[in-house]
Design a protein around this ligand. Structure first.
Ligand code: CP
Length: 315
C-alpha cells in the first residue's frame, strides 16, 4: 500500500510482516546496534494539528534512526492561523516534494482527504475518533511480546470507547487476528450501533475483566465530548478505574495497558500503572518507536518499488 491510513485496509499477513520488522528494530535498538539507512535521502514532514507527546516524538526518533531528514511543522505558527485551509497547506508542502507525511488531525477523515491530494506516502498519526493505526500496531507488538502470540486472547478494552480512535483501531486489529474483545464502560461512553460490532459489551468491570489476558485502559477524552455527558471523575474511578481489586477478576498473568496520556486516579490507579509486574505501559512507548520505524521503512520500500528500484514490501 502507498499510505498507512488505518488498520481497516490491512490484511493480517501485512500486519504480521510489519510487526516482525518492528520486533527486529526493537531488539536491534536494545542491543545498541545501528539501524542502517532505509530512509536515507528521504524527507519526512510531521504535521500535528493536535497535541501529542508519544506519537510525535516517536515518529521523529524513528525517522532519524533510519536516516531520514525530519522536519516538524510548528502548526501553531503556520499560515493556518491566517486562514489557509488544510488542503492548501498540504498542497504547499507537497510542492516541496517530501517523501513521507505524518499527520494528526482532530477531524475524522481529514488525513484520508489529505492523502488524496499529495504525491507522497501519508501516515495517519490519529484522526478524530476514526483511526490511530500505529497505536494499534504498537499495542499488538507489545501484546505479542508479552503473551507470545496475537490470537485467541481475551482482551478487555475499558473506559471511553465512544471517543477513542485507539479503541477503534485496536478493535479492528484484534478482530482480524481472531481474538475475543470485550468493551467495558458506561453505556453513555459506548459508540452508537454497538450491537453491530460483534463484540461483548458490559458496564460491569468484574464481568468484563473475567478471564481476560489483556486489560487495556482508556482516558476520558473530554476534548471530544462536545459539551455532552462528562462523568464525575470520583464516581467514574469508583466504578471504572482499574485498581488491584478490579484487576483480580482478570487472569493472574493479565497485562495492563494504556496508550497514554494517562490520568492517574481517574481511569487507573497510579501504583498499578507503575507496577512492572503487571503494567506494560512503558514497553508500549518503547514499541512505538520500533513500529513507526517499520511502518516508514515498509512504505519507503513500496515507494522505491513503484519507482522501479527494488522489490515491494508492505504494509
Ligand atoms: N497514545 C498517543 O497517541 O499519545 P500522544 O497523544 O501523546 O501522541
Amino acid at each position: 500500500q502507498r499510505h498507512l491510513l488505518g488498520i481497516e485496509p490491512l490484511h493480517p499477513s501485512e500486519i504480521i510482516a510489519l510487526l516482525d520488522r518492528a520486533d527486529h528494530y526493537a531488539e536491534a535498538t536494545r542491543a545498541g546496534h545501528k539501524h542502517g539507512d532505509a530512509l536515507a535521502g528521504l524527507t519526512q514532514i510531521n504535521m500535528f494539528f493536535e497535541n501529542s507527546t508519544r506519537t510525535q516524538a516517536s515518529f521523529e526518533i524513528a525517522g532519524k534512526r533510519l536516516g531520514a531528514d525530519v522536519m516538524n511543522m510548528a502548526m501553531q505558527a503556520s499560515s493556518l492561523k491566517k486562514g489557509e485551509t488544510l488542503i492548501d497547506t498540504a498542497l504547499t508542502l507537497n510542492a516541496m516534494r517530501p517523501d513521507l507525511l505524518v499527520v494528526r488531525h482532530p477531524q475524522s477523515g481529514a488525513v484520508n482527504l489529505l492523502a488524496e491530494k499529495v504525491n507522497c506516502a501519508v501516515l495517519n498519526a490519529g484522526d478524530g475518533k476514526h483511526e490511530h493505526p500505529t497505536q494499534a500496531l504498537l499495542d499488538a507488538l507489545t501484546i505479542r511480546r508479552a503473551k507470545g502470540r496475537l490470537h485467541r486472547l481475551t482482551v478487555a478494552i475499558c473506559g471511553d470507547i465512544a471517543h477513542s480512535r485507539v479503541a477503534r483501531s485496536n478493535l479492528i486489529l484484534l478482530g482480524k487476528m481472531e481474538n475475543r474483545v470485550r468493551l467495558v464502560g458506561p453505556p453513555t461512553l459506548m459508540p452508537a450501533q454497538i450491537d453491530q460490532l460483534g463484540v461483548e459489551v458490559t458496564d460491569n468491570m468484574a464481568e468484563g475483566l473475567k478471564g481476560a489476558d489483556v486489560v487495556m485502559m482508556l482516558r476520558l477524552q473530554k476534548e471530544r465530548m462536545d459539551g455532552g455527558f462528562i462523568p464525575s471523575e470520583r464516581e467514574y474511578y469508583h466504578r471504572f478505574g482499574l485498581d488491584a481489586e478490579k484487576l483480580s477478576h482478570a487472569k493472574p498473568d493479565a497485562i495492563v495497558m494504556h496508550p497514554g496520556p494517562m490520568n492517574r486516579g481517574v481511569e487507573i490507579d497510579g501504583t498499578l500503572a507503575d507496577d512492572i509486574n503487571r503494567s506494560v505501559i512503558q514497553e508500549q512507548v518503547e514499541m512505538g518507536v520500533a513500529v513507526r520505524m517499520a511502518a516508514m521503512d515498509l512504505l519507503a520500500a513500496n515507494l522505491r518499488a513503484s519507482a522501479g528500484q527494488v522489490e515491494p514490501g508492505g504494509p
